[in-house]
Design a binder for this molecule. Structure first.
Ligand SMILES: [Zn+2]
Length: 92
């Protein structure tokens, strides 16, 4: 027997997939990529080539063992914030 909770979970999951597909279709249209079937973007991003071992669009952590751009940006921001607070504390 399915409970109300299960039905809500299922509809949430379907809605999440549809939102992700709509987002990728929007990205594809903005970049002039022809969209024949939107559900092709269910598990494949519009700007990726689709090859899971691709060096160009893969995660740098997986491909080269480096940190991602977002992580590098966060570390840089965090360190500069920490340095400025240290300087402020030293000046006080
Ligand atoms: Zn690629």
């Amino acid at each position: 027997m399915s409970k109300d909770e299960d039905k809500i979970k299922h509809s949430k999951r379907l809605s999440k997939d549809n939102n992700a597909i709509a987002k990728q279709v929007k990205i594809a249209k903005e970049h002039g990529i022809p969209v024949t079937d939107g559900h092709r973007f269910n598990k494949h991003h519009a700007m990726d080539c689709g090859n899971p071992d691709c060096v160009m669009c893969g995660n740098p952590r997986k491909v080269w063992g480096e940190r991602t751009v977002q992580e590098q940006r966060f570390d840089q921001q965090y360190k500069s914030d920490q340095r400025s607070t240290d300087n402020n504390n030293a000046n006080d």
